[in-house]
Design a binder for this molecule. Structure first.
Ligand code: CA
Length: 225
């Protein structure tokens, strides 16, 4: 899952990105309202983690704009403004949750996961294909009910393939899901991750196959085990 983090304290942004990254999320960290507005128009994020005091505006204004456009994007506010009024305003404007700074990384992670599990967050469910199951929140894959270790890029690829089981997933979609804005796509091409994923699935006896559709993308199908 891909999260947008809008936070202008770079140390905090770095720590949060790292923590969420370790939990298997892809995180794009931005530090201005303007950059976030642009990103939200071009990328489908699964959730937004939003600081309020930003150099070019207020996070609440951005949130208000999102809700006026009927966006159901789950939003968690990070704020140092810990007065009751501020919390109420945030939730009034359509935030799903808020966390007061300073906070523990484990707390943030728990809140993000809880937010994504709520009804309305369409992505909070276990995907299945053949003897494979993928908990899209817990970021855990099981084959024939046995846990399988995959790196977060492999998890991201597999998630997209499972969401579109039996349909071609364009390579560009995988690229978009895999890389944050700061990464260098050329250093980790999609085919390499697909190759590793395919090998891993075969080793573990998965009853699915990842097909390469040359020049277009990839396709996951179920096979008789
Ligand atoms: Ca700030």
């Amino acid at each position: 899952m891909r999260l947008l983090l809008l936070e202008d304290e770079w140390r905090l942004a770095e720590a949060v990105s790292e923590g969420l990254g370790r939990a298997g999320f892809v995180v794009d960290a931005l530090d201005t309202v303007q950059a976030a507005e642009q990103a939200l128009q071009t990328v489908r994020f699964d959730a937004l983690i939003l600081d309020l005091g930003l150099p070019d505006g207020d996070g609440l204004t951005l949130l208000h704009g999102l809700r006026r456009r009927d966006s159901e994007l789950p939003v968690l506010i990070l704020t140092a403004r810990d007065t009751v009024e501020d919390r109420v305003v945030g939730l009034d404007r359509g935030a799903d949750d808020y966390l007061v700074k300073p906070f523990a990384m484990a707390e943030l992670l728990a809140r993000v996961k809880a937010m994504l599990r709520r009804p309305g967050a369409a992505l909070g469910k276990v995907l299945t294909a053949g003897n494979l199951s993928f908990d899209s929140i817990g970021r855990e894959v099981r084959i024939a009910d046995r846990h399988v270790d995959l790196c977060r890029q492999e998890l991201a690829v597999l998630e997209q393939l499972m969401r579109r089981l039996g349909r071609v997933v364009p390579r560009a979609v995988l690229e978009e899901k895999l890389y944050g804005f700061d990464s260098e796509p050329a250093s980790n091409p999609v085919p390499v991750h697909v190759h590793h994923l395919r090998r891993r699935l075969e080793e573990k006896g998965a009853s699915v196959r990842v097909h390469t559709i040359r020049g277009i993308g990839y396709l996951l199908t179920e096979v008789d085990s």
